[in-house]
Design a protein around this ligand. Structure first.
Ligand code: BDP
Length: 696
């Protein structure tokens, strides 16, 4: 099945000139490495070339003729080849060099790196060139990842349900592990390696301590053995109260000697099985999860205690900053910053604080999190959400790298103009040694992995941006389309355009002009701006939009909660001032009247209504584009995407109508010309219930 193969389709090269070029440049393959990883690299190259060029190459151990591909790590290369490659110091341990060289007047193409993993990444990169129909003559490519930890966070439970998962059940079959190794584990590792992902947290942040018992660790060990040759380390979530739940202790106080000892021994036990175990991801004192504060200790105490336990083995602690308390609900957006920034410089070296891209929670659009750039003495890692919890699940086509790029490019101004979030994340700004990007996975056991065929692009794009946070999302879309579907320009151009506009479309039909968190209760599926009855105020949509007869929006400026003061002065000023606050963030930072004049001269009410309509129109335009692609796409994926876009269009209208009818109660104004009239009543929309929405 095509969509199972993801972006590794290796379609036949049907351009004759190109095929001739490829074949004349690849006469033989010489693979020098001996490791399992080297074997994987060779096999990948061999089978990909077979599929693309219809020729099966054997592994020749020596080079006699010219125009061979030589793959192997630095130390496996003959000295004269090493010399031709030049400076290996330009790359780190995971980097690679692809270079056309001349040895004794014979042209050769070398794919090398300092390690076999680097070579494997080089092979995937080389194959991507061919998959995107690029020339392979005279190559000289040096590339290395800009972050250390490029990791998927699986919110997978031990019963195989996936929190916020919309692509079926968890891949991990704990019941059959460790003895049964599903082919899927191998395919998963290969797909990740092909985009440079080097870590996976197997379990949900809302953790279950059972995973740390010997019975489960044996299963984790089996998975880590599968992933290792692909350069992927396994990590687990640590439930802070595990010493009580599975250790029989009376407390989990991080300053208690027995507790400290328990974690030390647990770490020892894990590393005995899994010598390259990555470490722990921890959600503590957040949304009811246990943590150090239960014992009047703080995040530093908790994180450092665990850090000490894994430090002797080279492990890291990824400590999440996603915290907000019901006792201080005046502005949830301010709480993580308020709680964590005072801890700057207090964490151990092997702790990295994991921060969501925005201060609320994975909305279709959020301004960048004010913590980025504000903790110069603490490694911060990015947490993006690949699964579309608030963006239409796996039903809506939304190309997320556009969102990711917007965040990474945001200028924090923390060290003057140009101090972008990307520079915080890759460590270049503050010379941070430990760096990383996490993505909450959208993968499940659906045949196509991600539910929506285009959601594969979000997994792909996440990996590419984790490798290089400066990549352009349009380049990523282009690559992905070519590798996944076709190189035909008549297909690429319009479909790329469809992907590129899909992010703005979802913002427009769900939460335009800075609105946020108005999704329905619990499952976050569909509109629920009216919801006001949840026990914690900051769980209710009304808390976020604050619509009343005077207007709409959350005043976070200095006349309101003053959340803007958490940004650097330049950014604070920009957001604070109505004149300079970007309209895309308007209602995030300001409560403005229904008659407020937007830059295009429309009143806020009319502008808002027109944005909702624009979102619907954009989805219709996406449908138009897709409907013309039939001849470039296999029947199955064509139809799937077509049906999904049809649902997306229906649901975009649902969002528009439900939200506008609801807000209209306050604005008391007619819908402007150009906005379609709702065909249902507000009561109808309110009556819709989704008790079985997935991923809850
Ligand atoms: C929210 C999700 C919830 C997660 C939480 C988290 O609704 O399921 O547990 O974030 O990130 O987005 O911890």
């Amino acid at each position: 099945q095509k969509d199972y193969k993801l972006w590794l389709q290796y379609n036949k090269v049907d351009n004759d000139n190109l095929k001739t070029e490829y074949l004349s440049n690849i006469k033989e393959i010489v693979s020098l490495g001996k490791s399992e990883t080297s074997q994987i690299a060779f096999t990948e190259l061999q089978s990909a070339l077979d599929e693309m060029l219809g020729k099966k190459f054997e592994n020749k151990s020596i080079t006699t003729g010219d125009h061979n591909i030589i793959i192997g790590s630095k130390e496996s290369l003959a000295p004269e080849i090493q010399k031709e490659i030049g400076n290996f110091d330009q790359i780190n341990d995971e980097g690679f060099i692809i270079k056309s060289i001349s040895i004794k007047n014979k042209k050769q193409l070398v794919i090398t790196g300092k390690t076999d993993i680097g070579v494997l990444y080089g092979v995937y990169s080389f194959l991507r060139l061919m998959q995107t129909n690029k020339s392979i003559q005279n190559l000289n490519i040096t590339d290395a990842p800009k972050t250390n930890i490029r990791i998927l966070n699986h919110w997978d439970n031990l019963d195989r349900t996936v929190e916020r998962g919309y692509a079926g059940f968890s891949l991990w079959n704990w019941q059959k592990l460790p003895d049964f190794i599903d082919q899927r584990y191998i395919d998963y590792a290969r797909a990740n390696a092909s985009i440079g992902i080097n870590g996976t947290v197997l379990t949900n942040v809302n953790a279950n301590a059972l995973i740390l018992t010997p019975q489960y660790l044996e299963k984790v060990e089996a998975l880590s053995n599968v992933f290792r040759p692909y350069g992927i380390k396994v990590y687990l979530t640590a439930r802070f109260s595990a010493p009580i739940e599975i250790g029989g202790l009376k407390t989990a106080d991080p300053k208690d000697a027995q507790v400290i000892n328990w974690w030390k021994n647990k770490a020892k036990e894990i590393y005995k099985r899994i010598p390259d175990f990555g470490g722990f991801l921890v959600k503590a004192n957040s949304e009811g999860q246990p943590g150090p504060q239960n014992y009047n200790r703080d995040h530093v105490d908790g994180a450092n205690m665990l850090a000490d336990a894994v430090a002797p083995f080279g492990g890291v602690i990824m400590w999440r900053a996603f915290v907000y308390s019901e006792h201080d609900a005046n502005d949830r957006a301010k709480q993580a910053y308020a709680e964590f920034v005072p801890y700057d410089g207090k964490f151990k070296d092997n702790v990295i604080v994991q921060v969501k891209n925005g201060a609320i929670d994975f909305q279709p659009r959020e301004p960048f999190h004010p913590m980025f750039g504000a903790m110069p003495k603490t490694p911060l890692m990015m947490e993006f959400q690949i699964t579309q919890e608030y963006l239409g699940f796996s039903t809506h086509l939304v190309f997320l790298p556009k969102l990711f790029q917007e965040v990474l490019e945001s200028d924090t101004y923390q060290k003057g103009k140009g101090t972008t979030v990307a520079k915080v994340i890759d460590g270049s700004l503050n010379k941070t040694k430990l760096t990383g990007i996490a993505g909450v996975s959208n993968i499940g056991n659906d045949l196509n992995w991600t539910g929506h065929p285009f959601a594969q692009a979000n997994w792909y794009g996440f990996g590419r941006l984790a490798w290089n946070p400066y990549l352009d999302s349009e380049t990523i879309a282009d690559e992905w389309l070519r590798c996944t579907f076709s190189n035909d320009e008549n297909f690429i151009k319009p479909v790329k355009q469809m992907m590129m506009q899909s992010r703005e479309a979802v913002v427009n039909y769900m939460t335009p002009l800075g609105l946020h968190h108005i999704m329905d209760t619990g499952h976050h599926y569909g509109p629920g701006p009216w919801v006001s009855n949840l026990s914690r105020p900051e769980w209710n949509p009304v808390y976020y939009h604050k619509a009343d007869k005077n207007g709409i929006g959350f005043d976070r400026s200095k006349t309101g909660t003053n959340a803007t003061a958490q940004y650097a002065p330049e950014v604070e000023k920009m957001f604070d001032n109505l004149e300079t606050c970007p309209e895309k963030d308007l209602l995030w930072f300001h409560h403005v009247s229904w008659d407020y004049k937007l830059k295009n001269g429309q009143t806020l009410w009319n502008g808002l209504a027109l944005k909702y309509q624009e979102g619907v129109n954009q989805v219709a335009a996406m449908q138009n584009i897709w409907n013309k692609t039939q001849k470039y796409v296999d029947e199955e994926r064509f139809k799937e995407v077509q049906m999904l876009l049809e649902i997306q269009h229906k649901e975009a209208k649902w969002w528009r109508d439900a939200c506008l009818l609801y807000f209209q109660q306050y604005s008391k104004k007619e819908l402007p010309l150009g906005v379609e009239k709702p065909t249902q009543s507000l009561d109808y929309f309110k009556s819709l219930k989704f008790p079985f929405a997935p991923g809850n």
